[in-house]
Design a protein around this ligand. Structure first.
Ligand code: SF4
Length: 613
């Protein structure tokens, strides 16, 4: 099975605490790099090539999902996209709605491809349709990204299409093998409509009640070979990370790209929209070896994969990775489990993640290993200007107090790790409007003569419980647990409810704070790690522009952001690595992430300039 969902009753790790192949690879390439990106949540610059890879993969998967017996090559890209999904974003097993492929009548015989060349033409037509849509949607995503970097004009759609066609040709080789083997060992069952527990996505339901609608008699047909050889992949319409394979003990998970299995052998393929040059190619080898271990452990250690392949679409070449032995997988499982205990069970400190990068590995086109280049990892690391491995150091600010020029009072600085944006209140429901199923009501609560507005940002707490009681009514006494208080521009108190907060009716002994205890303004100091910007046009047609900064102190890191005009000139003067004080910020949060909001009263001041060589 390419998917093994978590078992909620046994899962005491949770989706955000599992180890993944990319985390393992990051940690092994440099523990400090892992700390910066996974613990402090620094986000590397988002260059177009990162988005192109996703567009190419999406175009290929959408094309693979389709059938030349159902769609003409110029059909709309969303013909098969209305897949019924369950509440977790997984294609639904119970929905009674018709599935998209079931609504389509098979095309007349004279419109079907009759040979591989015709099949390839049809598939290239589909790739063109899907790639165009996928690149446009990725461009929109890139434009919205606050860490956007580079120039979208560097994206060459013809090159992207060529990468898709290279992937298609690798798949057509499988179709040809399937034809040569007369449909392989599963032909009869496939014709009878028998499907595996996780069928390869084809916009049909999990189980068919009759023979497969595209089945024939006699020798396998070209259309049948296309259908039978289709690999498993994540349905492009499914929710993000909804279709992982989760280790039976829940501490590791992965999502395979393609799994070929029509001939009874298991071949896991990783798609790479690159040529395979450079150090990263070493990570892909390890990733696939971990996937082999994951397959084995999610099949009760009774089934092993038969082949592992990296398809370097930019180099038009396939790299085969030797499958690990049972002994190697046993050892790998032990090592990864102990890494999970070390990294995810309890978060390690900065000092426990030393700036000790692994040597850079050498690979040429197609991921072929060559002699290692004479360079150090730090020289091309995104964090080299702030990390001790590069030009930075670990002497980070940690609270204290400071006198800023032009102010009469000293500012107390709170260490970032001590900021707590959440509070718990008990209050009375003063008004509740819009209590209809599917709507988030507008709630105002009161403590005596003090009022606060409740802002419901979600419907469910992270543990799956509703964020507010469905029978809530005016006059009820409620506990607003772990909410995020803030003051809006009119000075009104707002209480935000995110996945870590919830509203329940009060019970005896509830201890809570007074609205007036909430502290609206904080001062912090930290090293400037990067700046970011977002622009857009509001519903009223007005342009908006926000700017922000990621800052790091000895105890934590946080994003501080606000309207571009509210940042003073020191924001633009500060260089990466400088120490800044940001005084008078409001606190905001989303799940575990804490953010600072700046306003007109905020002051930003550079207190220490970085010394550059
Ligand atoms: S600069 Fe060097 S030591 Fe620091 S995170 Fe990057 S690779 Fe690791």
């Amino acid at each position: 099975m390419p998917v093994r969902l978590a078992t909620p009753s046994e899962d005491n790790v949770g989706p955000f605490n599992r180890l993944s192949a990319s985390q393992v690879n990051t940690y092994r390439s440099c523990p400090r790099l892992w700390f910066y990106e996974k613990v402090r949540r620094f986000k590397m610059p988002q260059i177009p090539v990162l988005f192109v890879g996703r567009a190419v993969e999406e175009a290929i998967c959408r094309m693979l999902m389709e059938s030349p017996a159902l769609l003409v090559s110029k059909a709309s890209s969303d013909t098969l996209s209305a897949i019924p999904l369950d509440e977790n974003g997984v294609p639904s097993r119970s929905s009674l709605d018709p599935w998209p492929a079931e609504r389509l009548l098979a095309l007349p015989e004279n419109m079907l491809p009759t040979d591989m060349a015709g099949l390839k033409d049809w598939a290239i037509g589909r790739l063109k349709v899907h790639l165009h849509e996928a690149l446009n949607s990725m461009k929109r995503e890139w434009e919205k990204d606050e860490r956007r970097a580079g120039d979208w004009n560097s994206v060459n759609p013809d090159y992207c299409l060529q990468m898709c066609i290279n992937g298609l040709q690798f798949h057509l080789n499988e179709v040809q093998r399937c034809l040569d083997q007369n449909g392989g060992p599963g032909l009869k069952e496939w014709r009878r409509g028998v499907r595996p527990e996780w069928p390869s996505p084809d916009a049909r339901r999990y189980t068919l009640s009759n023979n497969h609608p595209l089945s024939r008699n006699g020798e396998v047909s070209l259309i049948e070979a296309w259908e039978i050889s289709r690999p498993w992949f994540v349905d492009p319409n499914a929710g993000k990370f909804a279709m992982n394979a989760v280790h039976p003990e829940h501490w590791f998970q992965g999502e395979y790209d393609l799994v070929y299995r029509w001939d009874g052998r298991i071949n896991i393929v990783d798609l790479k929209a690159s040529i395979g040059r450079g150090d990263r190619s070493g990570n892909y080898v390890q990733q696939l070896r971990m996937y082999a271990m994951l397959w084995w452990t999610t099949h009760e250690k009774k089934q092993q994969v038969d082949a592992l392949e990296i398809w370097y679409l930019g180099a038009d070449s396939i790299k085969s990775i030797p499958c690990p032995t049972v002994q190697e997988m046993t050892q790998m499982e032990e090592e990864l489990e102990s890494m999970w205990h070390q990294l995810r069970e309890e978060t390690p400190s900065l000092a426990e993640c030393p700036p000790e990068p692994a040597p850079v590995r050498g690979y040429k086109d197609g991921g072929i290993a060559i002699e290692a280049p004479n360079e150090v990892r730090c020289s091309r690391c995104d964090w080299e200007s702030i990390c001790p491995g590069g030009q930075g150091n670990d002497q980070l600010p940690e609270g204290g107090s400071i006198q800023l020029p032009g102010t009469s009072n000293a500012f107390d600085l709170t260490p970032i790790g001590e900021l707590d944006p959440r509070m718990t209140f008990v209050a009375e429901v003063f008004s509740i409007i819009g209590v209809r199923k599917g709507n988030r009501p507008q709630i105002t609560v009161s403590q005596g003569n003090t009022f606060a507005k409740v802002i419901l940002l979600v419907d469910q707490h992270q543990d799956g419980e509703p964020s507010w009681p469905q029978n809530l009514a005016k006059g009820d006494r409620i506990k607003l647990d772990n909410v995020i208080p803030s003051a809006n521009w009119k000075g009104e108190i707002e209480l935000k409810v995110d996945p870590h907060a919830c509203i329940v009716h009060t019970s005896e002994g509830d201890v809570a704070s007074d609205f007036m205890d909430f502290r609206a303004r904080w001062n912090v100091s930290g090293r400037l790690i990067y700046r970011f910007e977002k622009r857009g046009v509001g519903r009223n047609g007005k342009e908006w522009h926000r700017k922000g900064a990621m800052i790091l102190d000895a105890t934590g890191a946080m994003k501080v952001e606000g309207w571009a005009n509210d940042w003073g000139p020191q924001y633009d003067l500060a260089e990466i690595g400088d120490t800044v004080v940001v005084a008078n910020i409001g606190l905001d949060a989303w799940a575990v992430e804490i953010r600072g909001n700046i306003s007109r009263n905020t002051k930003i001041h550079i207190t220490e300039r970085v010394e550059r060589d």
